[in-house]
Design a protein. Structure first.
Lengths: 111, 114
């Protein structure tokens, strides 16, 4: 299982771009990188998933360098409502896969 | 509404008792995952089922058991409850066995053991 390392916490201000980097040095060839957002007392919510290069959707972008040993979640122009915990996971699609959430990154957006 | 339904939303019970948490996955999803989240803690993976069969086990205590039924809903049984079992229990589902496409989580069951 690929272990992930993220910063424990980050602070930002409204309107800024926030980049959260996740390290996954032993990522396997078949692994995907997925990011989730969790608000207090709610279940995590899928944000974005990628395999290589760059993926963008309506809420975020995911940048993955060629060696895939890290990835960066980019949140454009954050608002107070983006204050949450963000989790990075790596894993493949084979049977027996275990989804291991790390401690995540607590993002606090200030006015 | 994520499409994953968990019942009940809240449960208060005494130590030593047994409870059953229920999860209905999103329509079309074959995999169900159970997680435990204690106060201010991370999500602990408990167990995964795929199309009725156990696929992976995490840090699930022997006092806990789960199953997935033919209609794909799943139940998590917690017995001989202890104060430390108080937590949020989340169920997630996915179309296939693994990570592709991501997981959809329910809103959780908050269990309080007194």
């Amino acid at each position: 299982l690929a272990k992930t390392t993220q910063p424990i916490s980050m602070d930002s201000y409204e309107g800024q771009e926030v980049n959260i980097t996740c390290s996954h040095n032993n990522i396997a060839t078949n692994d995907y990188i997925t990011w989730y957002q969790q608000f207090p007392s709610q279940g995590p919510r899928f944000i974005i998933q990628g395999y290589k290069t760059k993926v963008t959707n309506e809420v975020a972008s995911l940048f993955i360098p060629a060696d895939r040993k890290s990835s960066t979640l980019s949140l454009p122009r954050v608002s107070l409502s983006d204050t949450a915990v963000y989790y990075c996971l790596v894993g493949d699609n084979t049977g027996g896969f275990k989804t291991i959430f790390g401690a995540g990154t607590r993002l606090f957006v200030k006015a | 509404d994520s499409g994953v339904t968990q019942t009940p939303k809240h449960l208060i019970t005494a130590t030593g008792q047994r409870v059953t948490l229920r999860c209905s996955p999103r329509s079309g999803d074959l995999s169900v995952y159970w997680y435990q989240q204690s106060l201010d803690q991370g999500l602990q993976f408990l167990i995964q089922y795929y199309n009725g069969e156990e696929r992976a086990k995490g840090n699930i205590l022997e006092r806990f058991s789960a199953q997935q039924f033919p209609d794909l809903h799943s139940e998590l049984n917690l017995s001989s409850l202890e104060l430390g079992d108080s937590a949020l229990y989340f169920c997630a589902s996915s179309p296939l066995e693994g990570a592709l496409g991501g997981y959809t989580f329910g809103s959780g069951t908050r269990l309080t053991v007194v």
